[in-house]
Design a protein around this ligand. Sequence first.
Ligand SMILES: [Cu+2]
Length: 202
Amino acid sequence: MTPGPTRIRFVHAFSAAGILLLLAPCIAGAGGMKAMAEIKGCTDDSIAGTATLVEQVTPEGIKEVTVEMKVRGLADGKHAVHIHENAACVPCGAAGGHHDPGPFGESRPDSAGNDMPARDINHPYHMGDLINIEVKNGKGHMKHTTNRVTLSPGRLTILDENGSAFIIHTQVDTYCDEETDLKKGCAGGSRDACGIIQLVKD
Ligand SMILES: [Cu+2]
């Protein structure tokens, strides 16, 4: 019996599936570390959500972490999101400043006074500075890939000795950069929600 067109298509489809199956462990092996965080309101219990973090390695060997966050209960609009330097959320201030293991780390853009810019030369380029989360009808979603942090061990890891936590702020991050822009609240102001980042083990 000679294979008809249907059989040829079936063989091709089967081969493609087989190749994908063979590649899957390679893709997972090229990074694939995962972490997650349960997001809770600092003072408002109606704020709740989750964040996932997945590390992948590009063909050039650059580690990238994709953060996806879904949160309910925040006020509509944009809110600053950063990875802060401690795995602590009680109170939310315990999360400390922005995760920034670089040699020039000054991690407190919120140290600005009403009449005085913050002494912060890194914002919005701290390793833990992410993009704003946008909230519509009480539902917030953010997805962002960064190569400034890693889950795997190394100088940029957020799973360092004292861990890390997400902070979602009350206001938008204006990505204030120049010293004259670093006004009080420019990086999001006070803290609405927090979530400790925890490694997910397979
Ligand atoms: Cu922050």
